[in-house]
Every structure is written in C-alpha cells, then in structure tokens.
Design a protein around this ligand. Structure first.
Ligand SMILES: *Cc1c(COP(=O)(O)O)cnc(C)c1O
Length: 391
C-alpha cells in the first residue's frame, strides 16, 4: 500500500487532508512525493515560522539533540530556562509554563484563571467569557471555551464555566460579564479559524474597561497570531492591551511541538509545586529551536512582515473574484466569489499551497518568505480567484 492508502486505513479519520504527501522542502518551497514543488502559503498552519528545513533552526535543534533530547521536569535544563527568560524579557510577563500544544497552553491559562479567582473570590465564581467564532483547542475544556457549536456536538457534556458573546458586540460583553460574575475574558486578537478577523477597537476598549473596573483577567490566546505573525511580536500588542495571561504555541516551536503560557505579575504565583505539570513540556530540543526563532523575531523582521502584509492587501483587494481581504500581518483571510476549496485546488495544480478558514482562503506564509516567491504565489491566487468566480 502507498502512503495515501496506509493513512486512510490506519490513521484515525479526523482530517480532510489535501491529496498531497509532503516529503521535503526548503524555506517557502515544499516538495511532494511526485517531486513537484509548491510555494507554501500555509506553513503547516502558522507553525513553520521561517519555512521548512531552516538552517539556523536545524543547527539549534541538532546541537541540543546531540546533548540531551529529554530530561523531564524533575531536572533543570538550560534551553527551558533561557526561553522563559527571553519570553519574559520581550513581553514584561513574569513566569512561563511550558507544554506541547496550543490546547494545553490554554488549559494551563484556564487553570491559572480559576486558581486566581478561587483564591480571590471563592470557588463559586469561575465563569470565563469567550468570543463567538473563537477557536481554543480540542480538549473538552478548550472546546467548551471555543465559541463554535459545530465543534461541540457529539461531545457534551463539556467543562462548565464558559459562555461566549459576539466578538463585535461590546454591550453584550458587558452584560454577560456582569450577569455571570465573570472572572476573565479570553480572546484572540485576530481570530484565526473563525475567519481571520481582527478584534474591533470598540470591543477592545470595552474589554480593557471591564478588566479594570471589575478587576477581572484578560487572557490572550496567541497560539496562531503570536510569535511575529501579526507584524508585532504578539497580536495583543497591536491593540495596546496588557493581558494577565498569554497562551501561545504553533509558530513558537518553528516546527516542533511547544506550548507556552505566560503569566503576568497578577497571576505569577497561582501555580505552585504539584498544581500543574507536563512530562514533555519545556522539552530541551523544542526550547532550543524556539530560542533561535524568538531571537530572530526582531524589529527588522517584524517591519518586513508588515510590509509584505501591505503588499498582499494591495494586491488582492479589489481583484477579480475577491470579495474582501481581512487579517493582520502575515495572517490573512480572503473572502472569494468562487468556492474556497476549488480555489485551493486550482492553486495546488499550479504549485501553490494555501489553506482555508471557514469559507475563506487563509494565507499564513513563512515570515521570511522571499518577495519573489510571494509575488509569484499571489499571481497564481489572483488567477484562481478570477477563474473560480466564473463558476
Ligand atoms: C491552533 C489553535 C489552538 C489549538 O492548538 P493545538 O496545538 O492544535 O492544540 C488554540 N488556539 C488557537 C487560536 C489556535 O489557532
């Protein structure tokens, strides 16, 4: 059996995979099992921050692999400690808990919020307000936080203590925070899976006001929008927010599984020995790679992300078959006249990979994608949007 057949027979049937087997790559080019090259505008869902087989990252990872790949959290390791220091230095946060995925980073964030609230107000106050169309992960608790019914069905009862409000309705936010005696608001600065939608200023202002007025926590889910993707180091920084808890993953590891939950002064001491943990979390190899990624997310790189973003918006806005372009930095959603799935297939035929968010085409290129490849990929995408609009 070939890989396609093996996968269909033996891998749990949870993914609608594209009909491609990726075997290798270099930077923003990936190669399939037929030897065909593609310009990659998907980066494994915002994970491959500097593309595939990035040499600096490989050097950092292999150097650590040759020393020790795993020690467990019963011992100290340098990459874990240094990565925590670097994350705190870049954000002003005070402590970091490491895990292996976005869902786990959010689980930790939720436990911290509950622990904080229980100590402050007692155990009967626990509701976290989330936003409709959000995505926070696939565990039963992060599913409960995810404000999209379609992910909930078949898996109830979910963890109680979550209620979602429309992401563009500040009045509903206030009403719900008050009615539920909420302890926190959990948000994505730019909703990824929900359609690549940045928060609106009025909504952000109300979140800030409520947090101050009622002394409740702001929790930023930076799993997708974080780590330079928005054109700032973290997405919330574009909105002048100072969240109490920040969860991140995807692009931080640059290709290896890594989650991180950043804790501000307000909550830095909520977790105590034995209250939380992870066998693999803070794995030295993943952390060594992440340290390299983080060190390269400097102001020059972020400025180039913003420049490329403006170029994408300019190129696609008003193009034939394009209804609207949304997003921030190199996290962009393209609403199209034609079917997004057909547009993606058209692009793949012509050597360009992109992904979907709801019914939009979603672009998440490597932060260092060469301008020439970006231009080439966008010209294919434009052609696809025009061709598929005709039906
Ligand atoms: C992908 C994603 C998650 C879940 O991350 P996993 O690593 O798949 O668990 C959570 N929140 C957001 C915003 C995401 O985009």
């Amino acid at each position: 059996m070939n890989v396609f057949e093996l996968d269909r027979q033996f891998v749990a049937n949870t993914y609608g995979r594209f009909p491609l087997q990726i075997v290798s790559g270099k930077g923003s080019l990936v190669t399939d099992s037929e030897g065909k090259d593609y310009i990659d505008l998907g980066t494994g869902i915002a994970v491959n921050t500097f593309g595939v087989a990035d040499e600096e990252w490989i050097a950092a990872v292999t150097d650590q692999l040759g020393k020790v790949a795993h020690a467990s959290n019963l011992f100290y390791t340098e990459p874990c400690a240094k990565l925590a220091q670097a994350l705190c230095a870049r954000t002003g946060m005070k402590k970091v808990f490491f895990s292996n995925s976005g869902a786990e980073a959010n689980e930790c964030a939720i436990k911290v919020a509950r622990g904080y609230a229980a100590a402050k107000w007692g155990k009967d106050r626990y509701t976290i307000v989330t936003l409709q169309n959000s995505f926070h992960g696939r565990t039963l608790t992060t599913l409960a936080a995810t404000g999209q019914e379609v992910f909930h069905k078949d898996f109830t009862p979910l963890t109680p203590g979550f209620v979602s409000v429309p992401a563009d309705d500040p009045a509903a936010l206030r009403k719900t925070v008050e009615e539920t005696n909420a302890i926190a608001i959990l948000f994505e600065a730019v909703q990824g899976e929900g359609g690549v939608l940045p928060l609106k200023e009025e909504f952000v202002a109300e979140m800030k006001a409520l947090s101050e007025e009622k002394d409740i926590l702001l929790m930023a889910d930076e799993v997708q929008v974080g780590n330079g993707r928005s054109g700032s180091l973290f997405g919330y920084m574009n909105f002048g927010l100072h969240p109490h808890i920040v969860s991140t993953a995807k692009g931080l590891g640059g290709g290896l599984p890594l989650g991180a939950t950043l804790l501000s002064e307000t909550v830095e001491n909520v977790l105590t020995p034995g209250s939380h943990g992870s066998t693999f979390g803070g794995n030295p190899v993943a952390c060594a790679g992440a340290l390299n990624i983080l060190s390269r997310l400097d102001e020059d790189l972020l400025a180039s992300v913003r420049e490329k973003s403006a170029y994408i918006f300019d190129t696609l806005s008003g193009a034939e078959g394009v209804v609207s372009v949304s997003g921030m930095g190199l996290m962009i959603g393209v609403e199209t006249v034609g079917d997004a799935g057909e547009i993606l297939a058209y692009c793949r035929d012509r050597g360009v990979i992109a992904i979907k968010a709801k019914n939009k085409v979603r672009l998440l290129p490597a932060l260092n994608i060469p301008t020439q490849l970006l231009e080439k990929a966008l010209s294919v995408l434009k052609e696809a949007c025009a061709a598929c609009a005709k039906g």
